[in-house]
Structure formats: structure tokens, C-alpha cells
Design a protein around this ligand. Structure first.
Ligand SMILES: Nc1nc2c(c(=O)[nH]1)N[C@H]1C(S)=C(S)[C@@H](COP(=O)(O)O)O[C@H]1N2
Ligand SMILES: [Mo]
Length: 422
């Protein structure tokens, strides 16, 4: 494999000149100057010079085929959209049903599926800096895994009192099949120094307004886990623009924000990554339970990592009507971050009695478990189907949502209302 350290040097130079350039001219002049680089000017959210000499251009969601049909759209630019749980019934979530969560625009290169000028740089606390092409990545062993990918803010809309941020209901979650190379194999090729403790992950969606690009990181132990991937394919196909073409991280069991899209740099750090999205109240939760509405001091906040045990009811869909005594098939999924799911119990009487469910093991570690059962209602009336998962550690889903300031890691039980008629 070729290791182009001169590429890294030219990057540093370009970054510095970009900073001067941006300081000297306003945004209008910057947009006008894009003409020089042959970039179209229809798209609104544009950045310039991400890495190397190729300018990075961000485009609006429509150019990436968004929204997907049946999506509940929260915002257009940046694009954020999810699916109602009854659209998430598949064992493996098709790409057409995978939620999308973006902090900025989508790189034009992703829309064009254009690899020109793209490299994945590995630098920082490594013995050998790497700048890998897609061909380089293809030469590593390829691994395929079904992995649950869930936004840290999934379920935020269920927090009381309300919190700011995208008001995700229950659908910022999916379990697709991801194929790519082990991050470990790539880091071993670069050779980690003993000072390496964390990664700082970067993507090509660099905002044009000069605000800090979306960047998060993971501890070296998680980066070296055999299940942590640099994914190049989703459900057997080249990564779609919205999901991170040409490469993204897959960090099984952890919150979605750890899974950097449009990945172009892994900066190995000798300290916990200290980007904006790793510090303050961003993707961080209180170290202890707090009263709803309280804001703990920032030094009591901890980086959010793995998800807790959780389940979803995908059948029946809410507000259907059933006949007395007629069996109703209920079904859904369960997952537990880095733990194994143990049981999913179902209740139709507000938790007085619980019924066991048939349980289908996941196809691999970190994939969805599936559960199913039949329910019969002896009387007419209003009912709620409740599902409650527990994991191997004995943890189970709460009945009311514990509160935190940004509405992260919500795992309150799912309740589906139905009516029964005589
Ligand atoms: N470069 C980049 N990577 C990113 C993001 C982003 O805005 N930019 N959003 C993150 C968040 S918060 C989530 S939940 C997941 C969403 O992945 P998806 O859009 O493929 O569902 O991507 C993560 N990776
Ligand atoms: Mo997220």
C-alpha cells in the first residue's frame, strides 16, 4: 500500500490558506469564486476546500433523492426525516426505510458518486500517516454485519418537559446490513502509538458559514473492536449519498452520532476528542439522575456512548379496530446497545399482567432481535399494547421517561393504542 505523506502536507497548507482566504472575503464573494472551480451555483449550503485541492460543495437534500416516500420530515436543510414504527417491520431495514439525520448539507461528491480527489486520511498518534483511496480500502478483508443505527435523540419528542432539538418520535432507528473494512485493520496498518486514546472523526460536510464541522470520536478500545467498521456498502449497494458515500463509520451499539458519514479523516488523539459535538451539553448526559427540567453543571455531563435496552412495536399499527375474541398478531424488534436482549413482554392492561413473546435471535451480534405473539381481547373497549424488553444485565425499559437536558437515549416503553368492538 502507498503512504502519501506529501498529501497530508499539502492538506495542511491548503487548510491554512483557506482560513486566510475566508477571513479576507465575505460569503458572497466565496460563492462567486466557486465559479472558478467549475461548481454549479444552484445549491445553497456550500463549503470550499475540505481536503486536498478539490473544493467541497454541499447540496440540498432534494439532490440526494430526499425525502424518501412515507417519511416524516422534520427539516429540509439540513435534512432530517424518520419513519413511523409500522414502516419498520422488516427484519433488515431496506435503505428506502432508513431514517436520515444530517447536521449540514450533503457533499455534492456523494450525490455524484464521485471518488475523484477523495482519500481517507489516518493521522495523529500513528507511526505512519495514511491517505487511503477506495482501491486501498477494497484491498482489506471485507466484513458484513446487520447493525442497529439509532440517533441519540430518538424519542426526544416523548420527554417532559419538552427539550430543544429535532423532535424525533420513535423512528430515528433502523437495522440495515453494512459491509466494509474493520477500522482495527486500518489503524493497525497505520500503527497506533502508545499515546493513542481516542479517535476524532471528520467528514466532508463542512459548513460554509465557518461553523465547526460535525465531528465526533470514539475511544481507541471501541475503535479496535472487531465489529467497528468503515462501511463502504449499505444493504449490498454502494453507500447512498444520504448515508455517507463513499465511507462511513459503523460503531455497533453506540449512538448514531458516533457513525461519521462522508468520512475523510480519522485523527487519532492523545486525549478525549474535544470537538464542539463532544463537549458541553452536546451528545452528553448527566452523570446522575436529575429532576425533569433541571440543568446540571457542565462538569457533571458525560459523553453518551452505548444505547440502553429498548423495543419497538411494528404490528399492529396504532388506532386499528379489532373484533372481540379475534386473535391479533403483534410483532416488533428489540435491541440493547452492547448487551444481549433477554426477554420482551407484552401487556394489554396497562402493565397489570404480562404475556411472553416468541423470540427470534439476531442474525449477528448488534442486529435487531425480533419478537411476536398473538393477543386476544375478551371485551370491547380502548386498549394499549405495551412492549417491554429486558437485557442480560437485568435492566428493563422504564415506564416513564427519565429526563436529561437534550433528550438523549430515551428508552421509555412503546405503547400502541387500539380499539376493540363487539
Ligand atoms: N459527517 C456527518 N456524519 C454524521 C452526521 C452528520 O451530520 N455529518 N450525523 C450523525 C448522526 S447524529 C446520526 S444519528 C447518524 C445518522 O445516520 P443516517 O443518516 O445514515 O441514518 O449519522 C451521524 N453521522
Ligand atoms: Mo443522531
Amino acid at each position: 500500500m502507498e503512504h502519501k505523506s506529501d498529501f497530508i502536507e499539502s492538506f495542511e497548507t491548503v487548510t491554512d490558506s483557506r482560513r486566510d482566504f475566508l477571513a479576507k472575503i465575505g460569503k458572497g464573494a466565496l460563492l462567486a469564486s466557486l465559479g472558478m472551480f467549475g461548481a454549479g451555483c444552484e445549491a445553497v449550503d456550500r463549503g470550499l476546500f475540505g481536503r486536498g485541492l478539490t473544493p467541497i460543495v454541499l447540496v440540498e437534500a432534494q439532490e440526494a433523492g430526499l425525502p424518501k416516500s412515507d417519511m416524516l420530515v422534520h427539516s429540509q436543510n439540513p435534512f432530517n426525516g424518520e419513519f413511523a414504527p409500522h414502516f419498520l417491520n422488516d427484519d433488515v431495514t431496506p435503505t428506502a426505510r432508513h431514517f436520515v439525520r444530517n447536521n449540514s448539507g450533503i457533499p455534492e461528491r456523494a450525490v455524484r458518486q464521485d471518488l475523484q480527489g477523495w482519500k481517507l486520511v489516518i493521522d495523529g498518534e500513528v507511526h505512519k500517516e495514511l491517505a487511503l483511496s477506495m482501491d486501498d480500502l477494497a484491498s482489506f478483508p471485507q466484513v458484513t454485519l446487520e447493525v442497529v443505527l439509532e440517533c441519540a435523540g430518538n424519542g426526544r419528542n416523548l420527554f417532559e418537559p419538552k427539550v430543544s432539538g429535532t423532535p424525533w418520535q420513535r423512528g430515528a432507528i433502523a437495522c440495515s446490513e453494512w459491509t466494509g473494512v474493520r477500522l482495527r485493520d486500518v489503524l493497525q496498518t497505520a500503527g497506533l502509538k502508545s499515546s493513542a486514546v481516542y479517535t476524532g472523526n471528520y467528514g466532508e460536510d463542512i459548513p460554509s458559514d465557518g461553523s465547526e464541522p460535525f465531528s465526533r470520536g470514539i475511544p481507541i478500545e471501541k475503535a479496535m473492536d472487531e465489529h467497528t467498521l468503515i462501511a463502504l456498502k449499505m444493504n449490498g449497494e454502494t453507500l447512498p449519498a444520504a448515508h455517507g458515500f463513499p465511507a462511513r463509520l459503523i460503531v455497533p451499539g453506540w449512538i448514531g452520532s458516533a457513525m461519521q458519514k462522508w468520512l475523510n479523516r480519522i485523527y487519532v488523539r492523545d486525549q478525549v476528542h474535544d470537538s464542539e459535538k463532544m463537549t458541553g451539553y452536546s451528545y452528553r448526559i448527566p452523570a446522575y439522575p436529575i429532576a425533569p427540567g433541571d440543568t446540571p453543571p457542565v462538569e457533571d455531563m458525560r459523553v453518551a456512548t452505548a444505547w440502553q435496552v429498548k423495543s419497538l412495536i411494528t404490528r399492529p399499527e396504532p388506532h386499528l379496530e379489532f373484533g372481540v375474541g379475534v386473535p391479533v398478531k403483534a410483532r416488533g424488534h428489540a435491541w440493547a446497545g452492547e448487551n444481549q436482549v433477554d426477554t420482551v413482554l407484552v401487556s394489554t392492561d396497562f402493565g397489570l399482567q404480562w404475556q411472553e413473546t416468541r423470540f427470534i435471535q439476531p442474525s449477528n451480534r448488534y442486529a435487531w432481535y425480533h419478537w411476536e405473539t398473538e393477543l386476544t381481547f375478551a371485551n370491547k373497549g380502548y386498549y394499549e399494547i405495551w412492549a417491554r424488553a429486558s437485557d442480560e444485565t437485568g435492566a428493563a425499559q422504564p415506564f416513564t421517561q427519565p429526563w436529561n437536558p437534550k433528550g438523549y437515549l430515551g428508552n421509555v416503553i412503546h405503547r400502541v393504542p387500539v380499539s376493540v368492538v363487539a
